[in-house]
Design a protein around this ligand. Sequence first.
Ligand SMILES: [Zn+2]
Length: 250
Amino acid sequence: MIEDVLARVDQLKGETASDDPLVIAKHLKIETVPMEGSIKGYAMHISVIELIGYNVNLNAIWQSFSTWHELTHVFDKHIYEPGVSFLCDGSFCEESVYSNNIPRHERIANFAAAHAVLNDDDVMEATGFSIPAYREYRKLSAEYTKFCRRYEDLRDVIRFSRPSRSMLTQLNNLRRSIHSTSEELKELEDELVNCYGPRTLEDAACDLGTEIRILEYKLEGMRLRGLDIDPHELEQYNKMFEGVFAADNM
Ligand SMILES: [Zn+2]
């Protein structure tokens, strides 16, 4: 389970009081080998000796991510899976979380690395998921969609049968709810735009000093751990407020 691997990352950080994958490797008695060249890193074992290679020519973001990635291949025992004793990483570190081309252990290693290099609270803040107005906006948006769906369903029923008095009252109530919710949504949109501006995945990655690819793994990992976030929403974020921006520009 991915959640167990992420919990193990937290546990290792706690045991060493460090975020540094090289410190954690030492704690786990894993040999670390600095290297150069085109590969990003490797993980292997020779009999009982476990070791990881990390590329010193990568920038700080990718070096930390890749080293955590290799570390995961060892502590989650990927290098002991049947037919594997050596894992060499070229581009898997950069494969999207939504890609189907990524082998299971590479995916797990990316989830663990993203979880390790980014802090939950920082991510919640940079993406806007911790902003109360945004949380309210998401809640109301879901309610609005529910009201609209019920309204459409009821209207379909009424179209093909003689409506009862209670049905008509219900239809009217739904119409009123849709109207008032849309007014509230508009107000919240204004507040969000005026106070925070649009928050795209790109904005958030930039604020956090990370790469979009890494942030996607982190967010998806947070969602799997049951946090109330939706990574796909961020891609839609500035589209969500398009109407408001268009009106402002006039
Ligand atoms: Zn790998």
